[in-house]
Write a protein that binds this ligand. Sequence first.
Ligand SMILES: [Zn+2]
Ligand SMILES: [Zn+2]
Length: 143
Amino acid sequence: MVRLARRATRQRRLIYEAVASTDTHPTAEWVYAAVRRAIPRVSLGTVYRNLALLVAEGRLKAWARGGSTRYDADVSAHDHFLCQACGCLDDLERSREPLAAEKKLKARGYVVTERVLEFLGLCRECRRGSKARKTGGEKKWLR
Ligand SMILES: [Zn+2]
Ligand SMILES: [Zn+2]
């Protein structure tokens, strides 16, 4: 029992560390590939389960869009930019002033508990057309 619990703790720690080792907001599949280097017998199901637990514990944030979920070890409030060409997800510092829309909601009596702000477009590399050559068209977060 103790050995099993210790193994579960180690798995969860390695899964967390894999997400925290990159700022690319990796997918579960990326985390699985990274963790398998340390624990060859880990299953994708175990990775999914632990990622969900870490999100429930508030240690990771999940970002879901179009059927794919990405994980963020930075749980502080920040916004994102998504490149629609290569899929890279970049962090944006959150400004301290409330947005005009938030002020409007407040004035109408709404309470805002969370804000999800995303910008979509092309990253610098994709705009220059250099990414495809550099990475062979691979998605940036899979590097
Ligand atoms: Zn891009
Ligand atoms: Zn982020």
